[in-house]
Write a protein of this length. Structure first.
Length: 144
């Protein structure tokens, strides 16, 4: 049964990524540059987060312009209230964002498939890369 669930999650990821590509995910680097316009200093956390967003595949699931993809958009996410699949509503503050990045299954956002992000980022080992997590949080904050 576990294999069936994993195969199903993989199918959801594949379909979602393909759908994202078909609907304009290719514009993600342009979106990233726009959202991180405040990052003028090379090496700033926001610039590093923008680079990670593009290089680590975040752009395949999270838009910066409000477009719905496999995962929630990052536009306006920081500081907002997020409804979880268990009915709770939580603040998308820096602590929530950081924890969700390193433990995606701790929170499943209502209307989005669970376990997709955890499987997608497992190889990135972000739990052991706090500087990368902080950079991603800074970039998400800039996507307001």
């Amino acid at each position: 049964m576990g294999r069936c669930i994993r195969a199903g999650a993989l199918a959801v990821i594949t379909v979602g990524v393909l759908a994202g590509l078909a609907t304009g995910c290719g514009s993600a680097p342009r979106q990233a540059a726009t959202a991180a316009g405040a990052a003028t200093a090379k090496g700033s956390p926001v610039a590093r987060g923008r680079d990670l967003y593009a290089a680590d595949g975040c752009a395949g699931c999270h838009s910066l312009d409000g477009t719905r993809l496999v995962g929630p958009t990052w536009k306006g996410l920081a500081g907002s209230r997020v409804r979880l699949s268990d009915g709770r509503t939580v603040a998308a503050d820096n602590a929530y964002l950081a924890r969700h990045i390193v433990e995606p299954n701790a929170f499943t956002v209502q209307g989005y498939p669970g376990e997709v992000m955890a499987e997608s980022i497992q190889s990135l080992d972000l739990k052991h890369k706090p500087a990368d997590v902080a950079a991603l949080v800074a970039f998400i904050d800039a996507a307001r």
